[in-house]
Design a protein around this ligand. Structure first.
Ligand code: U87
Length: 288
């Protein structure tokens, strides 16, 4: 498979992976994660082409817009689990939740988010086209993007460390005692877990951050076994199918409200991973 991105050849061995302590091995893989390269691979055309309805990012933004505007998701505190160096996943949420917490395992990603929040330049990504696109989804004129950027900067209360493999993924005082009202998590759990049982356990860990009957909006990869987190940084992924996602959600105390699936057109397969599909799952926690 030709790879359109320099420094990427998919017969690159995955970063050293010993099944006996998979979680530690995954953490070791992420030490070489390169936010700038990662943003280039996944958040530029063709995967982020706002003129194309069949492009991945517009599909994700449409799912999130619908989930946050259909009326059953509300509250004060929203947490994004495993934000990475990206903001697309909270562009609709910031119009509904006054307190948004971004989280990631890596300081390099938290630093990238802080640079945007402090608006002092030096960002590896210009989120303007994303802000304009979500304004259009909301029936607003694209030029309202500056108002949305200001709303998002006002809503982001903090950028925190997180580890989904810990029974307490966030620092004890990060959330109000009652828990968060809503969680968003995009492409995190399957990309940081050594195997399916660890994926399901991680789902249970983040579920406990929610208040009773709080919502989880989960976006993830289907059929993916690896992705490049930078030139030569081949990171293993737990290959999932829809049935496994539904089973893991049920096992972790969630009640599914809606599952939507996107299958990657050939030209979205750009050699940065072997993902075949993307799922969007909306659920609420019923057992916590
Ligand atoms: C995103 N949310 O881009 N605990 O949506 C918690 C951890 C841990 C840990 C590492 C993977 C990207 C997937 C962001 C970032 C998601 N990151 C952090 C990628 C793979 C399919 C695909 C991708 C992206 C780690 C976009 C598209 C597609 C990363 C984040 C995972 N291929 N979090 N123990 N360990 N992390 O630092 O920021 O998880 Cl369109 Cl198709």
């Amino acid at each position: 498979m030709s790879s359109s991105h320099r420094g990427i050849n998919d017969n690159e061995p995955s970063c050293a992976f010993s099944p006996d302590n998979g979680v530690a091995a995954m953490a070791a893989c992420y030490q070489r994660f390169d936010p700038a390269a990662y943003l280039q691979y996944n958040y530029t055309p063709p995967r982020a082409d706002f003129e194309r309805k069949d492009s991945i990012v517009p599909w994700k933004l449409a799912c999130l817009h619908r989930a946050f505007t259909e009326g059953d998701v509300s509250g004060e505190v929203l947490v994004d689990i495993g934000s990475g160096p990206t903001l697309y996943q909270v562009l609709s949420a910031c119009e509904v939740f006054n307190k948004v917490l971004l989280t990631d395992f890596l300081e390099v990603n938290r630093q990238e988010l802080r640079r945007w929040l402090q608006d002092e330049g030096g960002c590896n990504m210009d989120w303007t086209p994303y802000l304009q696109h979500v304004c259009k989804l909301e029936g607003r004129r694209p030029s309202a993007w500056m108002e949305k950027a200001a709303k998002l900067r006002q809503a982001i209360a903090d950028i925190l460390p997180v580890d989904v493999h810990s029974p307490q993924p966030l620092a004890p005082d990060a959330l109000p005692s009652g828990g968060a009202d809503c969680l968003v998590s995009c492409f995190c759990l399957e990309s940081v877990s050594p195997d399916l049982p660890a994926f399901t356990r991680a789902l249970g860990h983040i579920g406990r951050l929610l208040r009773p009957s709080g919502h989880l909006l989960l976006i993830g990869a289907l059929g993916e076994s690896y992705y490049f987190g930078g030139p030569g940084v081949k990171i293993p992924v737990v290959p999932l199918n829809e049935g496994q996602v539904c089973d893991s959600l049920k096992e972790s105390g969630f009640t599914l409200i809606r599952l939507e699936v996107y299958t990657l057109p050939q030209d979205m397969r750009v050699g940065v991973d072997d993902v075949t599909g993307v799922f969007f799952a909306k659920q609420r926690i019923t057992l916590n």
